[in-house]
Design a protein around this ligand. Structure first.
Ligand SMILES: NC(=O)c1ccc[n+]([C@@H]2O[C@H](COP(=O)([O-])OP(=O)(O)OC[C@H]3O[C@@H](n4cnc5c(N)ncnc54)[C@H](OP(=O)(O)O)[C@@H]3O)[C@@H](O)[C@H]2O)c1
Length: 323
């Protein structure tokens, strides 16, 4: 990672990504943006048993939406579901067990969801991980890539036919400002050539991939509104366990989960995002640049296409296994 990019990014983070950053940005929020009725809308959130995903799910349930929690661990998922139902009184909260690093399971899940005839208006790809050693899934996929990138791609594309039945479908991808330090690298999607594996770089690269994927989905599926976002630096189990040194230094400055999830909820329910271009990157309810100034991180259209075709090729391999 370039030292210049890291310094500029961290300085930006200290100003914008902390709880003080949220307090400053939220002064410009229009509180009535979230005063919308969502009782006839259906939301699916991955990684909904913890951190930002659970906070967003709880708010959506509080507002009366139909909420589908997609969680890897049944027990943790059940606990979150019970807590959300008890807190909100909304019985329309459903749990689905899915490990989003397992492509075949994602296809099966999407197929079953479609067969059930249930409606889906908004998909929130929130599940994410930063694994600091290079580990492979049972399918031989690098785990960060499998969860953050390929899992997001397969779930999103597999649910497009169901989302397309909605009146105003939306897809939100929870990325990270950490991606600002990275240029898209399409020659090593699974970090086989990284001399010493670095989980932070792998994660930031996945989050850069999510930005490009969102832009490309917006072009390919014009009837669906796509957005991606950075939640800021929020106090969640992922930050505590994957970045212990960062957490120790920053724990008094981190946002609450509700503050981190605010823009996820806004993108999911407010009318304003639908009036803005599809495929953009948001922070604190505003479209923000996807590159730091003078950082030379822009990818070419050919590189963007290469990412998408590599993801499609990998996805097809698992999809055809199903048939
Ligand atoms: N917190 C921040 O400051 C921050 C900043 C930038 C971006 N983000 C992004 O925000 C999103 C939510 O993270 P968080 O901070 O809220 O962390 P978190 O509390 O640890 O939540 C992460 C969620 O993702 C789930 N997950 C991970 N791998 C999965 C898999 N293979 N299949 C299904 N679910 C899986 C986890 O499930 P388990 O409980 O089973 O592990 C958990 O529910 C992530 O995409 C993260 O990259 C967070």
């Amino acid at each position: 990672m370039s030292i210049y990019r890291n310094i500029v990014w961290f300085a930006k983070g200290m100003k914008e990504y902390t709880k003080n950053g949220f307090a400053a940005a939220s002064k410009e929020f229009n509180t009535s943006d979230l005063d919308v009725s969502v009782t006839d809308k259906s939301y699916m959130i991955t990684g909904a048993n913890s951190g930002l995903g659970k906070a967003a799910a709880l708010t959506l349930a509080q507002k009366g939406g139909i909420v589908h929690l997609v969680c890897r661990n049944k027990e943790r998922g059940e606990e979150a579901k019970t807590e959300i139902i008890e807190t909100t009184g909304n019985q329309n909260v459903h749990l689905h067990q899915l490990d989003t690093s397992k492509p075949r399971d994602i296809y099966q899940f999407a197929h079953k969801f479609g067969e059930s005839g249930q409606q889906l208006d908004v998909l929130i790809n929130n599940a994410g991980c930063m694994i600091n050693t290079r580990e492979l899934t049972e399918d031989g996929l690098e785990k960060n890539f499998a969860t953050n990138t390929l899992g997001t791609h397969i779930l999103t594309t597999a649910l497009i036919p169901i989302l397309s039945k909605s009146n105003k479908p939306r897809v939100i991808i929870v990325s990270s400002g950490g991606m600002l330090t990275q240029t898209l690298n399409v020659t090593d999607l699974q970090f086989e050539k990284m001399s010493k594996f670095d989980g932070t770089t792998a994660y930031a690269q996945n989050k850069r991939q999510q930005i490009v994927m969102t832009e490309q989905y917006a072009l390919k599926y014009p009837s669906i509104h796509f957005s991606t976002m950075h939640p800021g630096w929020a106090d969640t189990p992922a930050v505590q366990s994957s970045m212990p040194q960062f957490y120790e230094k920053m724990k008094t400055r981190l946002r609450t989960v509700e503050e981190g999830a605010d823009t996820i909820v806004w993108l999911a329910i407010a009318e304003n995002p639908l009036k803005l271009k599809s495929g953009c990157f948001y922070q604190d309810r505003k479209i923000v640049p996807t590159h730091l100034p003078l950082a030379w991180t822009k990818s070419t259209p050919e590189q963007d296409q290469s990412l998408m075709s590599q993801l499609d090729d990998l996805a097809k391999k698992f999809q055809s296994d199903q048939q």
